[in-house]
Design a protein. Structure first.
Lengths: 365, 365
């Protein structure tokens, strides 16, 4: 059992908006930023909540020029009607991602599928949030991005010339199983934050997760310097997909990503976003077996995968759905004591009214 | 050094066409089938060449109704202009896949991207071939399919309710590095053929590749009964992508795939194909760093990934490109003695003129 503080969504969002406004972001950006952090915390995502969002802005965002408050997205004209090309001009990642996914859905309504590729982006935090949102509206949604910095060694290599390049897919399965199936992970075996956590706890890394400063594989988190891709050449290949989509769009060389003071003048240091939506009904061949329709067919397929004694098998997105259920059950976002301390600090920093633990209900889960 | 027989493409294709014609396929299907097998063997793909193609037809194709010679693809009308839905009516997989990829390219020319989703399909052999072909024409190409049978246990499960569901991506990088980068693999750690090979050779499986009849992990290929996905929940998630695209399109329940005599009447037993092309120029934001253009930017990115001492790092598609180089160097497709025996048998079976080793040049490589 852990104790959590129950924070009403409106209270959370007001603080996060204040924090973004204090950093110079527009009202719309602050609202998008808060809305996204609410989405993450609603689903129990602790690694990419408001605390991480403001921390990212501090380290890589408005303070150092990686993100530009009030920037305008430049939507390039083009003759291809199902693909849009945007220059985000380093606008807040959450604002760009929400708008890009909306745009993909509109294109999908007309053409069956739509893509937005985004140059000059900033971090969008948790790709799963955007695809879950789109799946809930009836789309098969996908996003990938290049990570903000290069810390992963390509398969058979020694030097970290790639990022943790994540992929996120979601499918509109909420009517069948109560939540959208969401496949969402980085291509590195573990995140650098996990390495640091294991080092603090004196635990070992799984094999194939990291190398030391000499490029030799290690399971000792204290000696781990760089990450490895999951699944050897397969994870490396998946990470190349993000990097090549970025390269064809306009990103610079990967080793210099996020390193604003390195490399030649004129090189780019920004990440890239890629979004796609497919309208679920656009895929239907209208000939489902045994008299099923698209929804009941998807349900039958999922039931079969989890059947035959596979009762321990989980569906990707299930943990996030369980997070959302707990949020609903307790009537607010759930935060730990350490997270509440971080919110109190956030409130002090942006001059909001003091954040007092005693103002919030506590629950044991 | 191994000895290979050098078989001129036209000689190879004529035999393969004869073999398909003998099995009742149309001239166009036989030509597509042969062209595809040439493509695979050109790239050194030994697992999915003509011998495998005819073997597949024998076991799962025209002999048992899984594939229907002379079938007509039904292209369903629809209002979504960048997505086509096809009922392949179990037509030969190579014919369907070539035509679907051509259709994706045409849609991409007009809309920037195009998708073809295919219900009632048969095996298309090697997804890499189709995406490499499209990449050579300037497209970022992708395909995935559901495998013909369920032999992989989902993560945390005990029963094989899923297939080896492969994914294939290719990028038009031939002008930069001489070949399209092609990321192409199954989502199982190894293929069942590999398990059988290791059993014959008395070798062990890698950990996480297979389970025994009781669903317990094993590295003993003799006890291995079912396969596992690579990368635990990540490979499982990737395989779910194929299965869900299939379910939304019209495929039946996965455990019954390929099992024509099991399950209720009206259930489907066919695999599903998904194809997508994006026109490379449709992604360009026209603002490449340091005065580079799209091509030189992609080149700079690839060079950086392989730089910084990463000289042992390979690019996916490099082995296939080396295969193609050897084919060109020796002026024909390269086959082993065992493969030549299989071709001789194929010639006997279809009543073609005898296939004599002495008619072919030999090389040591």
């Amino acid at each position: 059992m852990n104790t959590y503080f129950v924070v009403p969504q409106s209270t959370h969002n007001q603080l996060v908006e204040n924090a973004y406004r204090h950093r110079g972001y527009t009202a719309q950006e602050a609202s998008d930023g808060a809305r996204f952090c609410e989405l993450a915390s609603t689903h129990g995502i602790r690694t990419h909540n408001a605390i991480k969002a403001i921390h990212l802005d501090e380290l890589f965002g408005s303070k150092v020029g990686g993100c530009k408050p009030g920037a305008t997205i430049e939507k390039l004209p083009g003759r291809f009607k199902a693909v849009q090309r945007w220059n985000a001009n380093r606008k807040l990642g959450q604002s760009v991602a929400f708008e890009a996914m909306d745009c993909c859905m509109k294109m999908a309504d007309e053409y069956g599928a739509g893509i937005v590729t985004v140059d000059n982006a900033f971090h969008y935090l948790w790709g799963g949030g955007y695809v879950i949102n789109a799946a809930k509206k009836g789309y098969i949604a996908y996003t990938c991005c290049t990570a903000g910095t290069s810390e992963v060694v390509p398969f058979m290599g020694k030097h970290p010339t790639m990022g943790t390049n994540p992929h996120s897919w979601a499918f509109p399965t909420q009517d069948q199983i109560g939540f959208p199936i969401c496949i969402d992970w980085a291509t590195s075996t573990v995140a650098m934050g996990r390495v640091q956590q294991l080092a603090r706890e004196g635990k070992q890394l799984p094999p194939g997760a990291a190398v030391d400063a000499e490029g030799q594989p290690t399971t000792d988190p204290a000696r781990a310097k760089w990450l490895l891709f999951f699944g050897q050449h397969k994870g490396y290949g998946l990470a190349l997909v993000n990097e090549l989509l970025a390269a064809f769009t306009g990103s610079g060389i990967p080793f210099l990503r996020g390193k604003w003071n390195e490399g030649p003048a004129g090189e780019k240091h920004t990440p890239h976003f890629f979004f796609q939506c497919i309208k679920a009904e656009a895929l239907s061949c209208d000939n489902f077996p045994c008299g099923r329709n698209q929804k009941t067919n998807v349900q039958a397929v999922i039931k079969d995968i989890l059947g035959h004694g596979n009762d321990k098998v989980m569906l990707p997105g299930q943990l996030e759905a369980e997070g959302a259920r707990l949020t609903q059950q307790h009537g607010g976002l759930l935060f730990t004591k350490a997270e509440m301390d971080a919110f109190a600090e956030m409130a002090r920093e942006c001059g909001a009214s003091p954040w007092k633990e005693s103002d919030f209900k506590q629950v044991s889960i």
